[in-house]
Design a protein around this ligand. Structure first.
Ligand code: AMP
Ligand code: MG
Length: 395
């Protein structure tokens, strides 16, 4: 490991290596969490017609009057009659207002009278009428390429009549866990064994970041096995994530295997705790991350380096979501490394507060529970006192 780089520099190198993926058509029902690859514009006005915002009577606006009820307009069933002086047309919310209508009087402000007559209160032009195009004008771009699709985006796409959206392809991720000690959950632990927690945690992070966990394997600490498994992992992946075995021990074979497979190192070692032994390299458009095996380090370095790569591959903004929060407890600084301290966040009258989740060892996976963010604590002497505001990256 040469000179360690900063988190920012690591991210910069990762993003510099990303070539955005191609796009594909995706039905709305499958598009949640995907990233839009092409602007969506609307061919129609939304709403498509002038309609009623209330149940009531469509009229010509004017003073209170007794009017003759001449028809009805229901949602989906426009009235053939037009509005005229002296008449009213019963109307439902969402119905197109009859031609000539200048106001809708809500039913609460009317009173039925005998002989098909209705008494209506006074109204002004435009009362309770929703205009065509109020929400979206024909020709307007409603969603921009690069937008991650959430519930609101899917609703707006549907409102302009789109059944399918062109989205970036999901990056295919190969996940490789290394270690003779690793045991699958559900199996019996042998002497010196531990359950492999990084596989499920990283696969879940991959999915949250829009990636497709395409292959997942566990490989023993042998150079040959590592190289063979990595070779297979590369066959179909856009991104290879290898976890553990990246360090410099006699049984760490990952860096050698990646080099043998033709990957060029882009960085090795970050001025970060937890997560110092993080490796990143590329082979043409393929990205490879060697993440530390310690469970917290693996999740933290995924968040800091892999997540932005997956965002950029899909054409969405890879910038971290960061804010500022006041510390509820002092945090000792590390003399030379930036720390990513797992914190709970709470809102108080004076703004956001951050409280460390507990002891912060990189093997203490429960320190990730309830963590809404990573407080980024710059290196230095002493401690950051309680009450001081620190930058927090939201998880
Ligand atoms: P390594 O990076 O291979 O030296 O591993 C560092 C630490 O992380 C060791 O204590 C490993 O047992 C642990 N570790 C490695 N891989 C996993 C995994 N998949 N799940 C849980 N712990 C792991
Ligand atoms: Mg290991």
């Amino acid at each position: 490991m040469g000179e360690l780089i900063s988190i920012e520099e690591g991210r910069r190198r990762v993003l510099a290596a990303v070539r955005p993926l191609a796009s594909e058509e995706v039905p709305l029902a499958a598009a949640l969490g995907r990233v839009l690859a092409l602007d969506v514009d609307s061919a129609i006005d939304v709403p498509p017609f002038d309609g009623s915002a209330m149940d009531g009577y469509a009229v010509i606006a004017g003073p209170a009057a007794q009017l003759k009820v001449v028809g009805e307009a229901r949602a989906g069933h426009p009235s053939p009659q037009a509005a005229r002086e002296g008449t009213a047309i019963r109307i439902s919310t969402g119905a197109a207002v009859p031609a000539g209508t200048t106001a809708v009087v809500p039913v609460e402000r009317t009173e039925a009278a005998a002989d098909g007559l209705v008494h209506v209160d006074a109204s002004s032009r435009g009362d309770n009428i929703r205009r065509a195009g109020d929400d979206v004008r024909a020709g307007q771009v409603v969603l921009r390429a690069g937008t991650p699709l959430g519930p609101a985006e899917l609703g707006v796409a549907a409102s302009v009549g789109r059944a399918r959206l062109r989205c970036s392809r999901r990056p295919r991720i190969a996940l490789l866990m290394t270690g003779d000690e690793l045991t699958e959950p559900g199996a019996q632990l042998g002497p010196g064994g531990i359950y492999s927690s990084n596989g499920p945690a990283l696969a879940a992070q991959v999915e949250r970041a829009g990636g497709l966990p395409a292959t997942r394997a566990t490989v023993r600490d042998r150079a040959e096995d590592t190289r063979a498994a990595l070779g297979r992992a590369c066959e179909e992946a856009d991104v290879v994530i290898v976890c553990g075995g990246v360090s410099v021990g006699p049984h760490d074979h990952v860096k050698g295997a990646l080099a043998a497979l033709g990957f060029d190192e882009r960085f090795w070692g970050v001025r970060l705790r937890p997560g110092k032994p993080t490796w990143f390299g590329t082979r043409e458009d393929m990205l490879a991350f060697g993440l530390p095996g310690n469970p917290v380090s693996a999740m933290v370095t995924f968040q800091l380096f892999v997540r932005p790569a997956l965002a950029a591959l899909q054409g969405s903004d890879p910038s971290p979501r960061r804010g500022v929060a006041a510390l509820d407890e002092p945090i000792p600084r590390h003399p030379s490394r930036e720390q990513a301290v797992r914190v709970r966040l709470s809102a108080a009258e004076d703004g956001w507060h951050a409280a460390p989740t507990g002891p912060q060892g990189s093997h203490l996976l429960t320190s990730m529970l309830g963590a809404a963010g990573l407080a980024l604590v710059a290196p230095g002497e002493g401690e950051i006192p309680a009450g001081e505001r620190v930058e927090v990256e939201l998880l």
